[in-house]
Design a protein around this ligand. Sequence first.
Ligand code: AMP
Ligand code: ZN
Length: 112
Amino acid sequence: MSCLFCGIIAGEIPATVVHETERTIAFRDLNPGAPTHVLVVPRDHFADAAELAEADPAYAGEVLAAAAAVARQEGLTGGYRLVTNTGDDAGQTVHHLHVHVLGGRALSWPPG
Ligand code: AMP
Ligand code: ZN
């Protein structure tokens, strides 16, 4: 199986890593949609949040905790948004679970 984010985790594809834990890694989005746009991923391959939550709820919690740590580290004291697109209707393009951490500007709601 060829997976872009597994390639980044393996160090085969370059990325700007900003946060790491034993089971998670976070790197800057290549095409940022906000002043801060970081992707937090589990080091193991899960297609989406539902798959990880079903397989290992504690691991899913670690991904969320890492996202909060990234927001804190990035100084997003005014607020931020966590997004995990799931499936075609949501526009998921990389089928390795990733939580987008978006912030650094006022974010409109609802998203498109
Ligand atoms: P999604 O559409 O929710 O699946 O998000 C995938 C995200 O991955 C998009 O925001 C892309 O800009 C981002 N992306 C794609 N390739 C890379 C890469 N090589 N390094 C960092 N981010 C990437
Ligand atoms: Zn993967």
